[in-house]
Design a binder for this molecule. Structure first.
Ligand code: UGA
Length: 401
């Protein structure tokens, strides 16, 4: 990164990093001890992936905390940015005390992050809120001040205790995930009763208590956050014998959602998908990222492989990552090339470039003209005019006389 290279795809980040390095406001080091000694505020932003039992794996976090314990030389504010299970901030404080670190040497501040991959830079500079949890008022105010320049100081700041701050993060992610599972199930029902999910979501979204955000149905939520954080919250609640049926239901619905695309394929092509060529457009868990963690495309490819289908795949950014999991499926360097001779085209990620494909010329090269648009990004009428048999998710166009 010191060589001005951001090793993953995130719009706008490379430019930002290069600019900051050039202006000597940013540098990277592998010498953690040195960084700790020099820093006044230490942000811990390591990965906390899901362990087998659904709990978050905190080994990376504690490795950093151990290094802090070994190297702390004067007062530090230790800010936990990583998404950590309820009460972790308190446990870290106790852990440092148990290592003989004087309480006068540190304060712990929980400061969860709410940015989304794919729009991380925009989200960072334009947060809806800043959450700060600490049992020390001075530290809370100090960290709150760091965010003052954002949106000219208009960002609402919630100052609270550490466990409430942790809960805000988990409850927000689990709530948004449930909202998606909810709209996915309603979309599936729309498919059966012939109602249009886009109009339904628009109509629902006009209610200021609901809003239109996160009401886009799809192949199921993925990414490194919603599945993992919902599971972690569920595991913690179960440790305390507290039922979280809504969160559990949202995860069950999400697992099921990942089978919908295959069902749709079978409805169109017949129950036997053996040797049928399925073109998958979109491998990342959402658009504008190369991240494939918990991407619905993974499950879809596994299911198609079980059916012995032939898989042609294209993604503008995520092919390199997907090759590591599925080295033997056919990858193409353009959507156009991937669609050639396909029995069905399956859109799994809402990349904008899929809207701009020359669909008319795609039509002339496919074996069968089926499009299953699991993100509802194409115009059904236009697809039909071009000769395709279009199948979105929960889409219906009533003929109104
Ligand atoms: C999510 C949260 O939105 C962020 O606020 C949070 O900071 C982040 O997790 C995190 O905890 O680090 P992210 O996973 O990057 O962000 O992406 P989202 O835009 O939330 O999408 C998550 C999944 O939900 C994707 O698979 C996306 O396609 C799906 N989704 C989203 C839908 O299917 N429908 C929607 O309407 C919205």
């Amino acid at each position: 990164m010191n060589k001005n290279v951001v090793p993953f795809f995130e719009p706008g980040l490379q430019e930002l990093v290069v600019d900051a390095i050039k202006n000597k406001r940013l540098s990277f080091t592998a010498n953690v001890a040195n960084a700790i000694v020099q820093g006044d505020i230490l942000f811990i932003a390591v990965d906390t992936p899901s362990a087998e039992d659904g709990h978050a794996n905190l080994s990376a976090l504690y490795k950093v905390v151990d290094t802090i314990a070994k190297n702390i030389n004067n007062y530090k504010i230790i800010v936990i940015k990583s998404t950590v299970p309820l009460t972790t901030n308190k446990l870290i404080e106790q852990y440092l005390l148990s290592k003989g670190i004087d309480h006068g040497l540190f304060d712990i501040v929980s400061n969860p992050e709410f940015l989304r991959e794919g729009s991380a830079v925009y989200d960072f500079f334009n947060p809806d809120r800043v959450i700060i949890g600490s049992n020390n008022k001075t530290s809370s105010n100090f960290i709150a001040n760091l965010y003052k320049p954002l949106k000219n100081g208009t960002v609402p700041v919630v100052i609270t205790d550490t466990t409430s701050a942790e809960m805000i993060k988990y409850a927000s992610n689990a709530f948004l995930a449930s909202k998606i599972s909810f709209i996915n199930e309603i979309a599936n029902l729309c498919d059966i009763v012939k109602a249009d999910i886009i109009t339904v979501a628009d109509g629902m979204g006009l209610d200021a208590r609901i809003t239109r955000h996160f009401l886009m149905p799809g192949p199921g939520f993925g990414g490194s956050c919603f599945p993992k954080d919902s599971r972690e919250l569920l595991s913690t609640a179960s440790d305390y014998n507290v039922p979280l049926e809504v969160v559990k239901g949202s995860l069950i619905a999400n697992e099921r959602q990942q089978h919908i695309a295959i069902q749709k394929l079978k409805n169109l092509l017949g129950a036997d998908l053996k040797d049928k060529t399925i073109c998958i457009l979109g491998l990342s868990f959402k658009a504008n990222t190369d991240d494939i963690r918990y991407s619905p495309a993974i499950k879809t490819i596994e299911l198609l492989q079980k059916e012995s289908a032939v898989i042609n795949a294209y993604d503008p950014a995520a092919i390199e990552n997907m090759i590591k999991i599925f080295p033997t499926i056919n990858y193409y360097h353009s959507a156009q090339a991937a669609t050639k001779n396909s029995d069905a085209i399956l859109i799994l990620t809402e990349w904008k470039e899929f809207k701009d494909i020359d669909w008319q010329s795609v039509y002339t090269n496919v074996k069968q003209p089926y499009i299953i648009d699991m993100r509802n990004i194409l115009d059904p009428t236009q697809c039909q005019e071009q000769g395709f048999i279009y199948n979105g998710i929960g889409r219906f166009h009533p003929v109104v006389n």
